[in-house]
Design a protein around this ligand. Structure first.
Ligand SMILES: Cc1cc2nc3c(=O)[nH]c(=O)nc-3n(C[C@H](O)[C@H](O)[C@H](O)COP(=O)(O)O)c2cc1C
Length: 409
């Protein structure tokens, strides 16, 4: 695949590594982004995707402990291959110091200014917690504190679910020039707004997606071409601050598990894909093995998953209106569907919602706490997209990426 022709790969063509002869090599060579999956992605998966030429997004998720997040970001570093390019200032300095020689700091190329991954914020949660963690990350506090060269921020910041616009200002004022912004949207209107805001990458999230998304949203089959048509029509016009609008890189998210789908979304005009569910059963995902096996057993991904808000009520995360999440059907979604059928719409709040947890509807908050402790996915949400039905075998993240880029199956 030609980097010049692929808008997503071009966006990250400044991220390089060097081989022993000093020739810079591109880091991001596959237009595959691993989604920021709370509890299902982490340092090992992030490193595996980055090391195999993809672009991973580390999940900041529902954070409550910023120092813990910064430590976890630091724990990614030793897992990343070729992070300090041989011949770079940093590597030359370290080698020289060891050998007691003149360090020759000017000898090699400048080390990369960015870490080769993105960090993914749930925007409404960031509003609740305040911007300090974002600012720390932009200052490079997720990099190795003992490194001699300037601390590196991640190459991109990702926003989903909420108003990201105030944070664009922060990134542009306090970030390193060149930090890219990725925004996940669900409607044409939101895609057009993101273009007006000059974001670098727009992720179009279809209703097929696993995890959270908009309650009312298109399938990718129509979302991708309509969004691209609308965005292309605006290229060359001018936004409120007088900047000329360009065509951002477009990624598609939702239900993509096999090569034929990957080819299809590219045929429709997307540069590549954001994939969550497909990475969940991989060896490198931090999710529990019994849940990975449960995912691999789901048949008929459309019928076997359902969109619901019930788990947000149970978890008391207070998600804003307009969002729900796609999850593998379980005891709780069955109870919810029955109740909806028998009683119509009802208030899913307070103790009433916990009553759905058991066959006899006597569930309580304690049952939920127990299920969380035991990782019991009869009750807990196993978020997954419609593509889950096509995942049959546990593989490594690299194998999964290779399968996606293979000939259509
Ligand atoms: C387990 C899981 C957790 C997710 N967590 C997040 C999250 O924290 N932030 C976010 O922006 N998107 C999250 N998503 C949604 C993804 O960004 C993406 O839209 C989705 O995974 C694409 O659909 P797919 O799962 O069918 O590949 C999550 C998805 C899954 C499956």
């Amino acid at each position: 695949m030609s980097v010049a022709k692929n808008a997503f790969l071009s966006t990250f063509s400044h991220l390089t590594k060097a081989v022993s002869n000093g020739t810079p090599l591109l880091r991001v060579t596959k237009p595959i982004v691993s989604a920021p999956m709370n509890a299902w992605s982490g340092p090992t998966l992030v490193a595996a995707v980055a090391n195999h030429g993809g672009f991973p997004i580390y999940p900041i998720g529902y954070f409550t402990d910023p120092p813990k997040i910064l430590k976890e970001l630091q724990s990614i570093l030793p897992l990343l291959k070729d992070l300090e390019a041989p011949g770079s200032n940093q590597a030359a300095g370290a080698a020289g110091a060891r050998a007691g020689e003149v360090t020759g700091a000017e000898a090699g190329p400048e080390p990369d200014q960015f870490l080769p991954y993105g960090v993914g914020f749930i925007t409404f949660w960031l509003d609740r917690q305040g911007p300090e963690l974002l600012l720390d990350i932009l200052k490079g506090r997720g990099d190795d504190p003992n490194r001699q060269s300037p601390p590196r921020p991640p190459a991109a910041v990702w926003f989903s679910f909420g108003n990201y616009k105030p944070y664009l200002k922060l990134i542009r004022e306090h970030g390193v020039t060149g930090t890219k912004v990725i925004v996940q949207v669900q409607t044409i209107q939101e895609a057009l707004e993101a273009q007006q805001e000059l974001v670098d990458v727009i992720v179009l999230q279809g209703t097929e997606s696993g995890g959270h998304g908009a309650q009312r949203v298109w399938p990718l089959m129509t979302l991708i071409p309509e969004a691209i048509q609308a965005l292309e029509a605006k290229v060359g016009s001018v936004n409120a601050s007088g900047s000329k609008l360009t065509m951002p890189a477009i990624l598609a998210a939702g239900g993509i598990s096999v090569a034929s789908q990957f080819t299809a979304i590219q045929t429709m005009g997307a540069s590549g894909a954001v994939i969550g569910t497909g990475f969940m059963p991989t060896y490198e995902s931090p999710g529990p093995q019994h849940a990975k096996e449960r995912l691999l057993k789901v048949e008929d991904g459309g019928a076997g998953t359902v969109r619901t808000r019930i788990f947000d009520e149970l978890r008391e995360f207070n998600w804003p209106e307009g969002y729900d999440g796609r999850v593998v059907r379980n005891l709780v979604t069955e109870r919810e569907e029955e109740d909806l059928k028998n009683h119509g719409l009802y208030e899913q709040t307070g103790p009433a919602v916990f009553k759905l947890l058991k066959e006899d509807r006597t569930g309580t908050k304690e049952d939920w706490i127990r299920a969380t402790k035991d990782q019991d996915f009869d009750l807990l949400p196993l978020w997954a997209g419609t593509g889950v039905g096509m995942l049959k075998k546990q593989v490594s993240a690299a194998e999964f990426m290779d399968q996606l880029l293979n000939k259509p199956n």
